[in-house]
Design a protein around this ligand. Sequence first.
Ligand code: PLP
Length: 318
Amino acid sequence: MAEHFRDDSVAAVAVRIDAEHPHGAVFDPHQPQLRITDLGAIRGDGIFETMFAVNGTPRKLDAHLARLRRSAAILDIGVPPAESWEAAVGLGLEEYRARGGVPEELAIKLVATRGVENEPASEDPAFAGTYWLMLTPVAESIRANRGKPLAVTLLDRGYDSTAAERAPWLVLGAKTLSYAVNMAALRHAEAGGFDDVIFTTSDGQVLEGPTSTVLIARAGGEGEPPTLITPVLETGILPGTTQGAIFTAAERAGWKLGYGPLTPEDLRAADHVWLLSSVRLAAPVNRIDEHELAVDPELTAQLNSFLDQDLPVNHPTD
Ligand code: PLP
C-alpha cells in the first residue's frame, strides 16, 4: 500500500477500524475519509486518547484503552473491543516497519465518534460509530522542549467543584473531542506570555491543564523522599495515565502519595509543580502567574525515569 502514499506522508500512518476490518486497515491520511455528517466532526461528539510509543512499544496501553472505554461509557458511544485497538496499533507499527523503520518516538491517537446520525456503520453497537488511529512521529519541538520550565497561568474553568456530580450531562471526566475550550484557554495564555494553563473551579479548587494533569511535590525531611500530591478526581478532571504510572512507581520506591483537594495557594506553597501528560512527560513549572517556583531537574528526571518503567496505572478509584 505504501507506494500509493504521497512522499510527505511517510511521517504519518493511519488505520481505521470497522466491522469489515475489526483488526484495522491502513489508509492514506491525506485522502478524504470522514463523512461531513459525522457527529464527531460537526458536534465534537466523540472521544480520543493520545498514547506515547518508544521504539515501537506503546506505553500504558491498557490504561489508555481502559480510559477510552470509560469515556465511551460516559458518552454512551459504542467502541470496538480492546483487541481491535491493539491489533490496529500493531498494524500501524507494521506499516512503519514496511516503510523502513518505526520512529523512535510516536504519538498514537485513537479516535472514536458517534458516527453519522441514524446511519450506524454496523448493527453491532461496538462498530456502529467511526473509529481510527493516527500514528505520528513526536514533533522535534516537543522533544527539544522536554524539561524546559513552563510559565503557567491559572484560569477559571467556569464551573464549581460539585459540577461533575450535579450535572453529569457535562460529561466531565470523559476525554471528548470537544477541546475547543481547552485550545482557547491555551491561546489566551499564550497571548499573555504564558506557556500553559492550570484550570481552577469557580470556588477555587485546582483542576488540571488543558492537556495535562497537575502534580505537586512537598519536600520530605532530611534524606526522606518527597510527597507527591495530585488533585482529586471528583471535580471531573481526567484520570491521568501519566500521573497514575508515576504514582505506581513512586509507591514502589517508598514515596508518600496524596490526592488533593488542592487550592491555588497549595500550588504556590509547593516545593515543585509539574504538568504531566503522555507525550510531554513531566514538565516542570517555574512560574504560576506572578509567583516564581523552584525547579529541580534531578527530581524531574526521576519522575521521567519512573515513566520509563511503564508500570500499571494507579488511581484511587481503580
Ligand atoms: N487532562 C487532560 C484534559 C488531558 O487532555 C490530558 C492528556 O491529554 C491529561 C489530563 C493527561 O493525561 P495522560 O497523562 O493520560 O496523557
